[in-house]
Design a binder for this molecule. Structure first.
Ligand SMILES: Cc1cc2nc3c(=O)[nH]c(=O)nc-3n(C[C@H](O)[C@H](O)[C@H](O)COP(=O)(O)OP(=O)(O)OC[C@H]3O[C@@H](n4cnc5c(N)ncnc54)[C@H](O)[C@@H]3O)c2cc1C
Length: 430
């Protein structure tokens, strides 16, 4: 059985001092309100989540206790509009807060992303997309139901997307199908790597609406919040991966699951519109890895200064090789932070080509860069730093997972940047 370490009080953390924010509010021109929300995430991460992270990782257990704290602190509703009881955070504020959580517990930040996206995509993002007045009013009524559940009951949403085929990369329609029936749909299909499997209250499933005799089309993608306890929903398979072990990303099966119309997180056609017109929606997996990049750097500085608890207080900072390594890490970290901050700041509907290419480059930089920093950290700190009693080896394993996340894997980002830089829309060599 896992024993989750009792929460350290904020007072205890005060003694060791709160970490400085990854993005200083004055230097990065954040408002007081943004800085307050982000500080709340950082304090919870450092004072509570950091102490629990090793146990979740060791046991590959979902961070249930952290979710109770996220609810208590209001952060479950970070992107829910204020008039519905949330913090009303915009995309940039959410991304900066998520980076702070990722700094202390990668699995919590990554799964929190799946949850927050259910409100971010159906919220500020959907507000930027086209809908007729009746559809928008219906959407407003439906999303209020999700908001209420999250704020009042602490309901947790996940985002099963991947199926093991070409759909998650955006190539073809999702193989999970929703057949229209009176009052809703019958959903059948399978989702792999479904983070929060068995732990979310609602699975925010991406699937294709296919009427009898019709062919599946990406245009008909639906985004449905299916209650985890519905008949026909099951969680199968093991979960014993290299990193991000606390995400519990097992396989979900849907067999003739009846889903009522009100379960739609987005109206018909709006998910497809979002995927075409709001591409930064796929950049939301990266904040976790910005946090991990910062964590690898923080660890190295503290270790070389002889300040990491549980290690001999031997300073190594006087060696020129260590100083050069830290300098290289600092330069890399600042490069990643700069491009990523710019990309999350300019996230909006209908971005220009340069902004889209920058978003791919930011995703690539965060996902590959976090692991490069963790690798350098281990090399620089040495053998004792990779013991399982310290967080660095977990940061190393967790950070390796970033470049695998579809639809913007590191490979697919390279692929798209190269193609879109060399070809204008519609151009070919024929
Ligand atoms: C810790 C963790 C948590 C996750 N949580 C979730 C979740 O909550 N929800 C969810 O939906 N998914 C989740 N995923 C899944 C993730 O987004 C990917 O779908 C998964 O890692 C893909 O694995 P695969 O072997 O099926 O990839 P494949 O589709 O087999 O692809 C393998 C590699 O080939 C490349 N590739 C794929 N398609 C193309 C193409 N058309 N052209 C060129 N190259 C291509 C990509 O670089 C990819 O990395 C999670 C993954 C991890 C590691």
């Amino acid at each position: 059985m896992m024993t989750v370490q009792a929460s350290k009080s904020v007072a205890a953390v005060d003694k060791i001092g709160l970490d400085a924010p990854i993005f200083d509010p004055i230097a990065f021109r954040l408002s007081d309100e943004q800085a307050g929300i982000i500080a709340r995430a950082r304090e919870l991460g450092q004072s509570v989540f950091a102490g629990r992270a090793a146990a979740y990782d060791r046991e590959a257990k979902f961070p249930t206790e952290n979710y109770r704290d996220l609810h208590r602190s209001g952060l479950l509703g970070i992107a829910i509009p204020k008039k519905h009881g949330g913090f009303g955070a915009d995309y940039q504020t959410y991304a900066l807060a998520a980076a702070e959580i990722g700094r202390y517990c990668g699995a919590t930040a990554l799964t929190w992303n799946m949850h927050v996206c259910s409100t971010l995509w159906s919220g500020p993002l959907a507000d930027d997309l086209e809908m007729d007045a009746a559809t928008r009013a219906e959407h407003e009524r439906r999303r209020a139901v999700h908001y209420k559940r999250i704020i009042e009951e602490g309901a947790v949403y996940s985002q099963p997307f991947s199926e093991g085929g070409a759909a998650a990369a955006g190539g073809v329609a999702f193989g999970t199908e929703a057949k229209p029936v009176p009052g809703g749909w019958l959903v059948n299909g399978k989702k792999i790597f479904a983070s929060l499997a068995g732990h979310a209250d609602y699975y925010g499933v991406l699937c294709t609406e296919v009427a009898e005799g019709e062919k599946a089309s990406r245009r008909n993608t639906l985004y449905l919040a299916i209650p985890a306890k519905t008949d026909g929903v099951s969680v199968v398979g093991d979960w014993d991966p290299l990193g991000m072990r606390g995400t519990v990303s097992r396989t979900l099966l849907f067999k003739d699951v009846f889903v009522p119309e009100d379960a739609a997180l987005m109206p018909r056609g709006v998910y497809f519109q979002a995927a075409m017109r709001w591409p930064h929606m796929f950049l939301t997996l990266s904040p976790t890895y910005i946090g991990l990049a910062q964590a690898a750097y923080d660890f190295t500085v503290r270790y070389l200064r002889g300040e990491v608890p549980g290690t001999p207080p031997v300073k190594r900072r006087m060696y020129p090789t260590k100083q050069i390594a830290v300098a290289q890490m600092q330069i890399k970290l600042e490069q990643i932070k700069a491009i990523w901050f710019q990309a999350v700041t300019e996230a909006r509907a209908n971005p220009g080509k340069e902004q889209v290419l920058r978003a791919y480059a930011a995703q690539y930089s965060a996902m590959e860069g976090a692991n490069e920093l963790a690798t350098l950290a281990i090399r620089t700190c040495g053998g004792q730093s990779m013991l399982k009693s310290l967080p660095l080896e977990r940061i190393y394993r967790d950070s390796r997972c970033g470049s695998l996340m579809l639809p913007w894997t590191a490979e697919l980002c390279l692929d798209r940047i190269g193609r879109e830089a060399l070809y204008e829309t519609g151009e070919s060599d024929d």
